[in-house]
Ligand binder design. Structure first.
Ligand SMILES: [Zn+2]
Length: 404
């Protein structure tokens, strides 16, 4: 059995230890010591990080009562004792995260009758899954109540009571183990079996910030951050806010209004653009209809539009194909390649644009299809657009001439 110094003193950052056993497994050096300050993980908390004689640990875990230190490189062959050093910054954050989770879970039980079913505690991502749904108002209240527990700076007690006493006091499932059950007690708020590590006082958590809520199976997943990770997140958020304040030239309290105002302006401009494009398309359409070739009573209207958009092509097409007696072949070069839209009025039974369309889209190496009165497709390049459209027009002319 390794002596678990991390349970005796949560704040011990280093110690000397004797090497009890060493072995190589999967090319890694595994070291068992007589005692260690490195926590092997448990209670949902990842293992500590640290060093054995300056060699970083890759992992620390417990196996049959022994704490195994997995090293990135072996200790010297004759090494009998080591200096164990804990990555204290990481451990402190993990204790803040774990205690923050206990506080938040206990507040959801106390104030909203919601139990925590599972937890996820990583350095920069924390969430709990509750056994029922909660709304945004409950989240805000739980966040405020949790931070009050922090301000109260309540001592966190570690107890090893009898099973009867645990059954009397704990609302949580009791783990099946031969070892004494470790209870984490936070004043009157929480009494939970847990083998993880938490700070000695709630004040050390510093801050709990709830981020957002997802529904999860039959309950709610609450994403949150505690302690230093919460501070880093808020600090980064304020950095982004500052950039926005500079870009909009306003104070933080006016930012929301400015963004909403700009969104409304953009929407208005979009509508203006749509209306202008419509008018432009009408004018263009009239010019194209009067200049179109007439074959057996059908106007063959064809045009290549340069540097256009699919929307523009569609608008023009709708204008042109609104009347019977017309065949419309439009090809546009867009920023993504080429766009083809061929067709006629849907009641026009004398025309089938598919043969002309297929020839053009094949010449462009594109994809698409459609019906006798409407076919459309895309091609990755508009380099051969002029030739493809000329070929389509020739096929269409032949078809119309054959109507006589
Ligand atoms: Zn715990």
């Amino acid at each position: 059995m390794t002596e678990k110094l991390y349970y005796e003193n949560l704040y011990q950052k280093e110690s000397d230890a004797h090497v009890v056993r060493r072995e190589t497994r999967d090319g890694k050096e595994l070291v068992v010591l007589d005692r260690t300050v490195l926590f092997p993980g448990g209670g949902g908390q990842p293992c500590d990080r640290g060093w054995l004689n300056e060699i970083p640990t890759e992992q620390v875990y417990e196996e049959n009562g022994e704490i195994i230190h997995v090293l990135s490189q072996p200790l010297p062959a004759d090494c009998e004792s080591v200096h164990v050093k804990l990555d204290w910054d990481y451990r402190f954050e993990m204790m803040q995260i774990h205690l923050g989770q206990h506080i938040l879970s206990a507040v959801f039980v106390r104030d909203f009758d919601r139990n925590t079913e599972s937890i996820h505690l990583e350095q920069n991502e924390q969430y709990i899954d509750l056994d029922g749904f909660v709304n945004e108002e409950a989240l805000a209240k739980a966040e405020a109540a949790s931070n009050e527990i922090i301000y109260d700076d309540i001592p966190v007690e570690i107890l090893y009571p009898s099973l009867e006493e645990i059954r009397r006091n704990s609302k949580r499932p009791i783990p099946e183990t031969d070892e004494a059950i470790r209870i984490v007690k936070i004043g009157d708020l929480d009494y939970t079996p847990c083998c993880g590590l938490q700070n000695g006082r709630t004040g050390e958590v510093g801050l709990i910030k709830i981020l957002h809520l997802d529904s999860h199976k039959t309950g709610s997943r609450i994403h949150f951050l505690c302690g230093r990770p919460a501070y880093r997140w808020l600090s980064a958020l304020y950095g982004q806010t500052s950039e926005l304040m500079k870009a909009f030239g306003c104070r933080q309290e006016d930012l929301n209004d400015r963004i909403l105002k700009q969104q409304a302006e953009v929407q208005e401009l979009k509508e203006q653009k749509k209306s202008l494009l419509g008018r432009l398309a009408s004018a263009e359409a009239s010019a194209m209809v009067s200049g179109a070739q007439q074959i057996n009573g059908i106007a063959l209207i064809q045009k290549v539009l340069k540097d256009t958009t699919q929307d523009e092509v569609r608008q023009l097409f709708e204008q042109l194909a609104a009347e019977k007696g017309r065949v419309v072949l439009l090809g546009g070069s867009t920023k993504d390649g080429a766009f083809l839209l061929f067709g006629c009025h849907k009641s026009e039974k004398r025309v089938d644009v598919r043969k002309a369309f297929q020839a053009a889209i094949a010449a462009l190496d594109g994809k698409g299809g459609g019906s006798a009165c409407r076919a459309q497709g895309f091609a990755p390049s508009a380099a051969a657009l002029e030739q493809a459209m000329a070929e389509a027009a020739r096929i269409m002319q032949e078809q119309l001439q054959a109507l006589a």
